[in-house]
Design a protein around this ligand. Structure first.
Ligand code: LLP
Length: 424
């Protein structure tokens, strides 16, 4: 059986680093997210190695996993942050981030979010439309400050990934058509309350090839040439996030495979002074987490075998939403039981509530399963559908573990709700 470096199979039990996952399940219950600090650090280190000695900043894409402990870990390692909401801004500040390393992406920034980010003094707004640019200028003028601006352009390249997570095509809602960008930069230059600092793109997620990035880079460099000719100079070039991870048999590129040709291209054009920003999310956290779940029932029908587990689509939405594939491993593999082909499904009242399909597993009721590669877009996309409290999260470091998010309580599910008084 394939096991990951930081979640090894030792003495017949899957571990998170040095702790048996079965012990964590006993202590904290299931469903339970378990993260490996060593895995977070080694994913970070690959970026660190790729940017060593360069003018570059890695801004962790917070949406992938926004637990404060995870954010704090990356802050300590020297990361900047890519945020997409006022909520994420508050989180990264609470985790100790310094504002001058925060970039703010997203197509729908509201006035209050812009105000808070300006007040915090963030590094840059990645502006996604003419309307947003105008709003940003108004709010900055009222506040008596200059807003640092980068335009997120849409380079119209195919990231060759799932349509829901492809963002750089001209059909997508994201970014500004690269052909419209020069006109918008000219407008921005006219505003005393705006300061042009960069250009940005983000072409998609779970990208397993370098060529789409290089296609986008070519287009951005052509834009930079045009802007330079008009006297508009930039301080940074942000290539977004998107590097993929291995869920099954993908062989994703290393950050250095992406960055080396980028630095070469800049050097060739004499643009060594331009800072490179990346916004990786998944590739920093995706393989640093597993979702632990217990088999409640086995149901063998004429057509299929179901393992009904205590985690569901509210805990891990990716299979239901994208038909995403996550490896499923028994925490204590059984040697004596015959394997059958199972669909791993949750208790939610929807046929779409499945976590994995057609997996050959030897199972008994009560067994624990580890759903792998669940560090990214897993807990952060979870909900309380069917009034299911969201799972707890644990961080492991060697033989030590911390509960970094308590399991939600049942009464917290409706604590904000009110029954109208009779007669009103
Ligand atoms: N920057 C921007 C502007 C983004 O929109 C995203 C992700 C990132 C950075 C980070 O991308 P990453 O390095 O994680 O690929 N829920 C989907 C993924 C959605 C990605 C959204 N944007 C999934 O579970 O596959």
């Amino acid at each position: 059986m394939k096991t990951a470096l930081h979640f090894p199979l030792r003495d017949g039990v899957l571990h998170a680093e040095d702790i048996p996952l079965a012990a964590l399940a006993r202590q904290h219950g299931t469903p339970l997210y378990v993260y490996s600090r060593a895995a977070l650090r080694s994913a970070w280190q690959r970026y660190e190695n790729a940017i060593a000695g360069r003018n570059a900043l890695v801004c962790y894409g917070v949406k992938a996993n926004s637990n404060l402990a995870v954010l704090h870990e990356f802050q300590q390692l020297g990361a900047g942050f890519d945020i997409v909401s006022g909520g994420e801004l508050a989180r990264v500040l609470a985790a100790g981030a310094s504002a001058d390393r925060i970039v703010f992406s997203g197509v729908g920034k509201q006035a209050w979010e812009i105000r808070q980010a300006l007040a915090a003094g963030i590094k840059c707004f990645n502006v996604e439309s003419a309307g947003e640019l105008a709003r940003l200028a108004d709010i900055a003028r009222e506040a008596g400050v200059r807003a640092p601006v980068s335009l997120r352009v849409n380079p119209d390249v195919d990231a060759k990934t799932h349509p829901y997570i492809s963002t750089g095509l001209k059909d997508n809602k994201f970014g500004i058509d690269i052909r419209q960008a020069p006109a918008l930069y000219r407008q921005a230059r006219q505003h005393a309350a705006l300061e042009i600092v960069g250009v940005d793109c983000h072409i998609g997620s779970q990208i397993t090839e370098i060529s789409p990035y290089l296609d986008a880079l070519d287009k951005l460099l052509a834009l930079i040439d045009q802007l330079t000719a008009e006297g508009i100079t930039l301080r940074h070039l942000d290539l977004g996030g998107g590097l993929g991870i291995r869920y099954t048999d993908e062989i994703p590129p290393d950050p250095a495979d992406l960055l080396n040709p980028v630095f070469d291209a800049l050097a060739q054009r004499g643009l060594d002074g331009l800072q490179i920003i990346l916004e990786p999310g998944r590739s920093l956290v995706g393989n640093a987490g597993v979702l632990l779940t217990r088999v409640e029932y086995l149901k063998h029908t004429e057509a299929r075998n179901f393992a009904i587990v205590d985690a569901a689509m509210n805990d891990l939405m990716r299979p239901a939403l994208y038909e995403a594939w996550h490896q499923v491993a028994p925490v204590e593999p059984r040697a004596q039981t015959a394997a059958r082909t199972y669909d791993i499904v949750g208790p939610i009242c929807e046929s779409g509530d499945w976590l994995a399909r057609g997996r050959s597993l030897a199972l008994a009721q009560g067994d624990l399963l580890a759903i792998q590669s669940a560090g990214a877009y897993a807990f952060s996309m979870s909900s309380q559908y069917n009034s299911r409290p969201r799972a707890a999260e644990v961080l492991v470091d060697g033989g030590q573990s911390w509960l970094i998010r308590a399991r939600e309580t049942i009464d917290s599910l409706y604590a904000l709700e009110r029954i109208p008084a009779a007669g009103q």
